[in-house]
Structure formats: structure tokens, C-alpha cells
Design a protein around this ligand. Structure first.
Ligand code: DGL
Length: 266
């Protein structure tokens, strides 16, 4: 059986890449809801409806666990989805507030960037209230950045002016830590590095992959050598429920996987 991954689009590939490394024997399904991306400016009700459709599909395909590789979808309804599937481990990525406060050292402030839906959601407020007792975090929703990634636009000449405009009211050099609270944003680390000199950039990708590993272990669901892919690829990709076989689209996914590896090295 495979592990299902879901994101509004291609951002979740950044989380999947961690899981491919942390769980070398597992095979995966990846669902990108390209019909409805971006989620970040939609209502909670709509985001939850689309997320349920995606997860119903992944469960229908026999997923033994599901990773919501989308901060926005986790924020809108991970609890609802867990109640719907009490017997399937459902792991949802969240902005890395806890490690930013507890693990990383800086005398400076912390900036959290995510989609508007995540920034305005109750879940993030609860998370920040729990860990940010000294009120060191400032948060800001970015309206268009996820769509830039979907459109394959990564050029710093376009992205940096966009970010500068979104953050024009902010004194950027007072930030020592940047939390990327949207899985699409990982692909823009080069621009963020240039935007805020010396900033430490963190996200919940690896933590989510480690949590998946723990949940599979606890539930006796870890793949063994006996789990074969029967000639199928290690990851099977779907776009809003339709299997991706088009060579061009698969090449785009490969390009993003390569970009992820390069961004990780920054
Ligand atoms: N990748 C998603 C996240 O982590 C959301 C992007 C979008 O669809 O707006 O929040």
C-alpha cells in the first residue's frame, strides 16, 4: 500500500521529497488539485470541500496514510478529515512555529509568511499563542506567491520586486528567522535569502516527513523489502483525480524536484 500526499498544487512536492529520503522503502501517490489552486485566497468552506474531495480520492486508491502537504488545507480542516477517517493516520503540515521558538537561536524577531487563509485561520492563532509567549513573531499573508510557483515563475527579477512590494511596511533587517508557512514558498528560498540578509529559513517539511515515519511505525504500517511497486513508479502523480501521464507535465514535476534539491542546499 502507498502513502497518499495531497496539496492544492505542486508545493507539496517539497514535503514529498523529504519523505522519499526519510522513508526509502515507501511508495507514494501525489495529488495536486490543479483545478482549484490556489487555495490561499478562498473561503474555509471551499478549501475544506476541495481537501475532502482530494483525500476521499486518495483513500479510495487505497492509501494507508495521508499527508496533507498544504498548510492552508491543514488549517481549514485537518480535524474534520481526521474525524472522517479515524482509522487512517492523517498527518497535516503546519507552519514551523514550535521549532522557530524552541530550537533556533536569534536575538532578532521572527517573520512568518503563508497564504492569507493560513494567516487568518484560528489554527495558526492557537499555535502562536501556545509557543510565542514573548510575542516575537510577525505574520503576513502573501496573495500571489503560490501562483507564481504554479506558473513556473521563479526568476528573482520578478519575485524580488513582488516580495518587496508585499512587505513594504516591514523593516526586514530586524528579522533573524523566516518561517515559510506555505509549501509552495520553499521553491523561492533564493529570493528570500536575497531579501533578508543572513536570515535563517525554516519550514515544516522535514518535521512532517518525520511525523509520517513515526505514525507509520506506531501503526505497524512501515513498508518492508517485500513491498514492490510492480513496475509502477515510486510516485504516481494525479491532477485533481486524473493520473498524470503526459511527458511534459512529468518533466515539470522533475524540474520542481530538482529545484527543491537546489533550494535545500542554500
Ligand atoms: N501549498 C499550500 C500551503 O502550503 C497553499 C498554496 C495555495 O494553494 O494557495 O499552504
Amino acid at each position: 500500500m502507498r502513502v497518499g500526499f495531497f496539496d492544492s498544487g505542486l508545493g507539496g512536492l517539497s514535503v514529498l521529497n523529504h519523505a522519499l529520503k526519510v522513508l526509502p522503502k515507501e511508495n507514494f501517490l501525489y495529488y495536486a488539485d490543479v483545478k482549484n489552486v490556489p487555495y490561499g485566497n478562498k473561503s474555509r468552506e471551499d478549501i475544506l470541500k476541495y481537501s475532502e474531495e482530494a483525500i476521499d480520492f486518495l483513500v479510495g486508491q487505497g492509501s494507508k496514510a495521508v499527508v496533507i502537504a498544504c498548510n492552508t488545507a491543514t488549517s481549514a480542516g485537518a480535524e474534520v478529515i481526521r474525524r472522517k477517517y479515524p482509522d487512517i493516520p492523517i498527518i497535516g503540515i503546519e507552519p514551523a512555529v514550535k521549532p522557530a521558538i524552541l530550537k533556533y537561536k536569534t536575538d532578532k524577531r521572527i517573520l512568518l509568511l503563508a497564504t492569507n487563509a493560513t494567516i487568518e485561520g484560528e489554527k495558526l492563532e492557537t499555535l502562536i499563542n501556545k509557543y510565542d509567549t514573548e510575542h516575537r513573531i510577525d505574520k503576513k499573508g502573501l496573495k500571489n506567491l503560490a501562483q507564481y510557483a504554479e506558473d513556473g515563475i521563479f526568476d528573482k527579477k520578478i519575485i524580488l520586486p513582488y516580495l518587496k512590494d508585499e512587505l513594504k511596511g516591514y523593516t526586514l533587517d530586524k528579522y533573524g528567522i523566516l518561517i515559510l508557512g506555505c509549501t509552495h514558498y520553499i521553491f523561492f528560498k533564493d529570493s528570500f535569502r536575497e531579501l533578508i540578509d543572513g536570515v535563517q529559513i525554516i519550514d515544516g517539511g522535514r518535521g512532517t516527513a518525520m511525523q509520517l515515519k513515526r505514525r507509520l511505525e506506531q501503526n505497524g504500517l512501515l513498508a518492508t523489502d517485500a513491498d514492490k511497486t510492480d513496475g509502477e513508479p515510486r510516485v504516481i502523480y494525479f491532477e485533481s483525480g486524473v493520473r498524470v501521464t503526459d511527458r511534459k507535465k512529468l518533466e515539470t514535476i522533475e524540474m520542481l524536484n530538482d529545484r527543491f534539491m537546489n533550494m535545500e542546499m542554500l
